[in-house]
Design a protein around this ligand. Sequence first.
Ligand code: HEC
Length: 236
Amino acid sequence: MKNSILKITAIFGLTTVLLNSCGGPKDNPPLVYFPDMYFPVAYDPLMKAKDAYSDHENEIPAFVANGGATGLSPVVGSVPQNRDGIVSEETLPKNMDEYNAGYDAAKAVTASPLKAENLEKDLARGKSLYDKTCSACHGTGGDGQGPIVLSGAYSGVPKYADREITIGSIHYVLTNGRNAMGSYAGQLNVGDRWRVALYVYNTFKAPTANATPAAAPATTETTSAAPATEAKTNAK
Ligand code: HEC
């Protein structure tokens, strides 16, 4: 007798718990304090934003002024991600053979795809980026004697004059790296990689014909002015 009373109480208790846990007040809340959390509103960029729980409240003024469209034009002064419009990024090499083939093909490229009329500006920006990004190892004079090398912490950085490089191969090395030198594709976008390649080639490689050691600021002047040096330019 005592046993069956216990059983009945247990079954009754369990049913109460089960009934309460599902189908409780959560499914049909009498009052919702934060409706966005209960009814998340998903919208497409060009669709009129519409609240699931209200037709008139919470309209965002910027969207209302735009006919309800949620895709707005960029704020004045926004910087485009790729204003050079260069999209010719070849796929990354997957193995050593592909790397070497790409490197050899890049050697044949002797002009950058940047706009010819911007040559002066491109060289100036190339120098600024080079001094900040590369000179710690390669030195501002391109002799491979940057402060990290002089400190003895890092070695094996070549003098550009000793390497057979072209504008295309420099860009390739900046994009994919080479031996102890890593890729700079994460720091410099494609246009800026071409600018640095242009600067390195014009400043440290082309003038070796005159055997003048590169004194950075002076050389930029001479390479752009003197037609005697075979400095390469932007395409077209
Ligand atoms: C951490 C030090 C370091 C930094 C920073 C660095 N490099 Fe290098 N770079 C090296 C080393 C080491 C090598 C030699 C790699 C090799 O064995 O061919 C090299 C080689 C090169 C070469 C010759 C590649 C060839 O084809 O022979 C070029 C060109 C070059 N670097 C350009 C740059 C430019 C431009 C930057 C800045 C964006 C830069 N490097 C930043 C260490 C560095």
